[in-house]
Write a protein that binds this ligand. Sequence first.
Ligand SMILES: Nc1nc2c(ncn2[C@@H]2O[C@H](COP(=O)(O)OP(=O)(O)OP(=O)(O)O)[C@@H](O)[C@H]2O)c(=O)[nH]1
Ligand SMILES: [Mg+2]
Length: 358
Amino acid sequence: MQIGIVGLQNSGKTTLFQTLTGQVTDNPKADGSRGVVRVPDKRLDLLTEMFNPQKKVHAILEFIDIPGLQVSDTGKVKITSDFLNKVKNNDALLHVVRQFENDAVPHPEDTIDPVRDIEFLETEFLLNDMGMIENRLQKIEKDVQKTKSEQLIRELPVFKKLMEHISNEVPLRLLDLDENERKVISGYQFLTIKPLIIGLNLDENSKDKADELVASITSRFEKSQLIVIPFFAQFELELSNLSEEEVTAFMEDMGITESALTRIIRRSYELLGLQSFFTVGEDECRAWTIKTNDTAQDAAGVIHTDFYAKFIRAEVVHYEELLKYQTFAKCKEAGVWRLEGKEYMVKDGDILNIRHSG
Ligand SMILES: Nc1nc2c(ncn2[C@@H]2O[C@H](COP(=O)(O)OP(=O)(O)OP(=O)(O)O)[C@@H](O)[C@H]2O)c(=O)[nH]1
Ligand SMILES: [Mg+2]
């Protein structure tokens, strides 16, 4: 799973990227970096205490620091092909919006106005998608009669649906598409179809206004159902050099109960329909990421590609049950340890042991 950090120039993308990944480079302007983040999970910590394994392996998310978007003289955000290339492979986007004052670092529009900046990007993203849909639709309508191409016949109703939706200036992510429709357009890189989180980058002076700001942005963009997460990128980056106790004290002082990292990851999981399952043992305790509706067989395939085809059964016990009964033997006695077939829908927090052939 990969999340692209986008936004206007000097909004704090690289600062946030460094805060999230702990990957601090000498050159903060070296964009396009890719960083792996371990997904914090208290359950994995407890399982590790329980099994005392040689290795503890977290689930991971990847973040990409995408170069800042410029604003042209005519007041438009410039969407370049380089930008599109860097954005297209991401599963979701995190739009960092500036809400910090810093005279040394000019805002491309001079003033601080998060609503304007969100609108800027949203408008350009919508126009970009609208243009793509319009062009494609024209081409399909022109060629479909002539060629009777099956692909075009399949695409036509889907593109009509997209056009109708986006004409109302609503991002494509809010359009209900079934699996077949998604397949038809999977080759197209629409910007507004990607799950989106708005990251509001505050400075210390705005800490008392944070809730109010988030509420006003959320209601202003009600139509797009934006998810807004406030954080203090610079402040949290500075904390990374301190001891755990100091960090806790400083965070309390700022009224932060959870780091930006934890909150961003939790919302990304929700937004992307992700969940975690665990494998445990004396050699390794590990958290894995799968989609919400994945089956035991899908989960097996995530552990090892071969396990998908060779799947026999999954031994399943939920984390909460293991915590309650402490050992697998006691879980068995209590009837909460089960053998499940390949169609079993894995639940967040399941502990699995895959039985496979060969
Ligand atoms: N005062 C203050 N400065 C910040 C904050 N966040 C970022 N900065 C500063 O703003 C400057 C730009 O931050 P970056 O993180 O490099 O911004 P960016 O969005 O990656 O910029 P581009 O990659 O050029 O688009 C840096 O000098 C940061 O130190 C903040 O919360 N408060
Ligand atoms: Mg940057």
